[in-house]
Each structure stands twice: as structure tokens, then as C-alpha cells.
Ligand binder design. Structure first.
Ligand code: CU
Length: 266
């Protein structure tokens, strides 16, 4: 690559935005995030929450790539584009992550479980389910039926998964942990067709994406098998290669705990 002194127009480096733990959001950050989610929930076209939630499942086709080799890259692209839709409403907001390993006692974060917040309906509590097209979901609003405290994945389980140096092994084991959290939350989150309508979906998947990021820091020589790099991540205009560097996508993960610190993240 030739040295570039000043970036070409349109290619100016984006300012990095940090995704944070739900529990570490300041009052102002949480209010901004809620405002962004509330705003997209009122939009019925392709900038809105129903459109983005519907890409995962209903309306058909179901595009998400669970139990495929593209599970992590596809969901990284999905979160990235949904986060941009939120930023179109409230500049600078980012998707927070739900660290379920730390919340055995608490379960779903309190910011998602209150019906009302800041004297308004809490947009993180639930959402309508209104897929376009002809599908008629059996539920009109999202619900949760959380499992018993103490049955979310533990830090030790996550650590064992992160220790895998082979990407596909890591991905398969991480997806299995991910499945368990979907089932633990229960209700809408239990079904691929409707899961993304629950606002907690995005915080759960931000955690999964963050664990991939931590794995990447830990195993710099390992990576996605080269044969997958040019695979398209339909319906997004991105390939697997486009998802490999989160900083290239304009975001980074804030260090939240000693265990989360990798090189350059102290
Ligand atoms: Cu999922």
C-alpha cells in the first residue's frame, strides 16, 4: 500500500465509537441509547426496528446463519448495520453488551426489565412484533420467560471456549453458549423467527461479537479460514473479510474487566 498522507474524501477515518457493558453505561449514555431504540421503533420503513428485526427471522426469508460457518461474521455485519440505523437517529450511540457471565444473580439487566424508565415507556423492555408480508406471528409483542438465576453461562465456560485456537471450533462452541442464553431468556428469544424483535437480542449478540473480538486479540495468528473470506453475507453488502476488523467498522469494545484487557486495552 502506498502511504496516504491525507485521506481521500469519503474515506476519512471514522472516529472510533466504543461499545460498552450495559451495566457500565452512564445515565446519559443509557438515555441516548433508549432514545435511539425508541426512535427506530417508531419508523416503519427500512430505517426502522421492525425492518431490522425482521431480517433475522420473519418475514421470510430467514436470513440469519445460525449453525453455519458464517455465524459470527454474519451477526457482526448485522449488528454493525443496525447500530448505524441507531446512529442515524442519535449520533454516537453504540450497542451495549450484556455480560451474562457476571449476571448470574441479576439475570437480565435492570435497564431492560423495567416497563417504564425516565417517565416513559421503556423501549428496551419489549417491542411489537409486526413482520411485513403475510406472516402472522402468534405473538403481537415480545415476551420473556427467564430461567432460574445461576443457569446463565459462567466465566469459566466462556474462558474454556476462548482458549480454542481453531476458529471453527471456537465458533461452534460459542454458538452453543449463545443458544443457551436464547433459551434461558425464553419467550420471544427462544425462536429464531422472532428473537431479534426482543431488544435484549442486540445486547446478547453484542456480547457474542465481543467474545469473538476478545478471541481475535488472544489468538493473533489464528483466524477465519481463508476459503471463507470472500463469502457474501447476504442480504448485507459485505463479505466475511469486511467483518474481520472491528476498528475498520468504526467501533471498538471498551475494556470492562481485567479479563477483558488485551493488548492495547489496558
Ligand atoms: Cu442469536
Amino acid at each position: 500500500m502506498s502511504p496516504v498522507v491525507s485521506p481521500a474524501p469519503g474515506q476519512a477515518p471514522q472516529r472510533l465509537r466504543h461499545r460498552r457493558s450495559v451495566r457500565r453505561l452512564t445515565t446519559g449514555q443509557l438515555a441516548d441509547f433508549r432514545a435511539a431504540v425508541a426512535a427506530v421503533q417508531t419508523i416503519s420503513d427500512d430505517r426502522g426496528f421492525q425492518f431490522w428485526a425482521g431480517i433475522h427471522g420473519l418475514p421470510l426469508p430467514i436470513s440469519c446463519t445460525h449453525h453455519s460457518e458464517l455465524f459470527l461474521p454474519w451477526h457482526r455485519a448485522y449488528l454493525y448495520l443496525f447500530e448505524k440505523a441507531l446512529q442515524d437517529q442519535v449520533p454516537g450511540v453504540t450497542l451495549p453488551w450484556w455480560d451474562w457471565t457476571k449476571e448470574h444473580a441479576e439475570g437480565i439487566p435492570a435497564s431492560y426489565t423495567k416497563r417504564r424508565a425516565e417517565n416513559k415507556r421503556n423501549p428496551l423492555y419489549d417491542s411489537p412484533i409486526q413482520p411485513g408480508g403475510r406472516e402472522r406471528p402468534s405473538q403481537k409483542r415480545t415476551t420473556r420467560v427467564p430461567g432460574p438465576p445461576g443457569q446463565l453461562p459462567s466465566a469459566g465456560q466462556v474462558e474454556a471456549v476462548l482458549a480454542n485456537r481453531d476458529f471453527l471450533t471456537f465458533q461452534t462452541q460459542l454458538e452453543s453458549i449463545h443458544d443457551g442464553v436464547h433459551v434461558w431468556v425464553g419467550g420471544t428469544m427462544e425462536s429464531i423467527a422472532t428473537a431479534a424483535y426482543d431488544p435484549i437480542f442486540w445486547a446478547h449478540h453484542a456480547m457474542i461479537d465481543r467474545l469473538w473480538y476478545l478471541w481475535q486479540l488472544r489468538h493473533p495468528g489464528a483466524g477465519v479460514p481463508p476459503r471463507l473470506l470472500d463469502r457474501a453475507l447476504a442480504p448485507f453488502p459485505m463479505t466475511v473479510r469486511d467483518t474481520l476488523e472491528v476498528t475498520g467498522l468504526g467501533y471498538d469494545y471498551a475494556a470492562s474487566t481485567a479479563a477483558a484487557k488485551g493488548p492495547g486495552h489496558g
